[in-house]
Write a protein that binds this ligand. Structure first.
Ligand code: GLN
Length: 199
């Protein structure tokens, strides 16, 4: 089964995701308008600045289309994208989408100059190691039992899933390791299979 992935391209680091998907021969499109979601089986919300992206989501009419899309399709939020998927309380400059039941504290891994890469153990497939890059990353502060923790670093949660959506506090699109993107493509495929089954 071939699936098409969208990458929300309002702001932030969408081009590196596109390059990584190209390495995997996975068809992808940069999504700049809500109607383009119709062509996508799954969506990546990239890292960037969650407050800016939150405003652009509203000014570009993306909020309801994204919420509708999330009901039947998988979304992968990375860093700022993770913040947008969360149920963190709204503030005047940030209104998360409330798609997954967890909250975050923004920039909790430190400022830009404290960006770092570190090998993490990821509980996917039979367990893999992944060099994860953290840039002003959020920390998860509360999480529902319905979510599975797929990786931690220094006892902090860095990768979670509810079996349909995926959220990472790090940037999986840096470097050349495609394992996390591959895992997401499989989530999208599994989800597509479920939705194409006759009732
Ligand atoms: N600190 C940013 C935010 O709060 C996220 C940083 C990133 O995506 N690398 O939106």
């Amino acid at each position: 089964m071939v699936v098409t992935l969208g990458i929300l391209a309002l702001q932030g680091d969408f081009t590196l995701h596109k390059k990584m998907l190209a390495q995997l021969d996975a068809p992808s499109i940069l999504v700049k308008y809500p109607h383009e979601l119709e062509k996508c089986d799954g969506l990546i919300i990239p890292g960037g600045e969650s407050s800016v992206m939150s405003k652009l989501i509203d000014s570009h009419g993306f909020r309801n289309p994204l919420l509708e899309f999330s009901k039947t399709n998988s979304i992968f939020g990375t860093c700022a994208g993770m913040i947008l998927l969360s149920s963190t309380a709204s503030s005047p400059n940030l209104n998360p989408l409330n798609i997954l039941e967890f909250t975050v504290c923004r920039n909790a891994w430190g400022r830009q100059i404290f960006s770092f890469s570190k090998e993490i153990e990821v509980n996917i497939n039979d367990g893999v190691n992944f060099m994860a890059t953290f840039i002003r990353a959020p920390k998860v502060t509360e999480i529902s039992d319905s979510l599975k923790v797929l990786s931690t670093l220094n006892d902090e949660i860095v990768l979670i899933s509810d079996g349909k959506h995926l959220a990472s506090s790090f940037h999986p699109e840096f470097g050349s390791d495609t394992q996390i993107h591959k895992y997401f493509i499989n989530l999208v495929k599994e989800n597509e299979k479920k939705h194409s089954l006759p009732n």
